[in-house]
Design a protein around this ligand. Structure first.
Ligand code: C2G
Length: 136
């Protein structure tokens, strides 16, 4: 069984997230999502609109997702890959190169981001955010 893992906040779930999850799942037989905790989001400088438990509930309803576990910090990826017998680590290519160290433990795949959609854009379009930078 080929196991895939990916990481993220997945706030205000949109087509870009779903396309990432779909393509990640297609690289193996199961997909584990390591979901950023509210506390880790603060460390990432992000404030998710939806709290962790609700983001987890939503992800678990997505057919491409087999399991959701918490992401509490930057340093857990090697342990996650080893403890979950992961074969493939997947992220959007806005992270390209940032996790190449995992190549000693599993395959590392960066997938093209979906253009034109992001959580930040949704908030901006709804007049809810002044943030200018791209964010998923
Ligand atoms: N994504 C995408 N296309 C978009 C928006 C997001 O492919 N239009 C991808 C991102 O590249 C990422 C995933 O969807 O792989 C989740 O995006 P975020 O929730 O923004 O995750 P992020 O804050 O980048 O957290 O340890 C890694 C971090 O937890 C990643």
């Amino acid at each position: 069984m080929k196991k895939v893992i990916t990481y993220g906040t997945f706030d205000l779930i949109h087509k870009g997230h779903i396309r990432l999850l779909k393509r990640a799942r297609e690289l193996g037989d199961s997909l584990t999502v390591c979901l950023s905790s509210d506390e880790f989001n603060a460390e990432k400088g992000k404030k998710a609109y939806t709290p962790y438990e609700d983001r987890k509930y939503i992800l678990e309803a997505i057919k491409y997702v087999d399991e959701v576990i918490p992401e509490k910090g930057w340093d857990q990826k090697i342990k996650d890959v080893q403890e979950n017998n992961i074969d493939v680590f997947v992220m959007g290519d806005d992270w390209k190169g940032k996790f190449d160290f995992l190549e000693d433990y599993c395959e590392v795949v960066y997938l093209p981001r979906t253009e034109g959609i992001s959580t930040t854009k949704i908030k901006q379009d709804l007049g809810l955010s002044k943030a200018k930078d791209w964010e998923a």
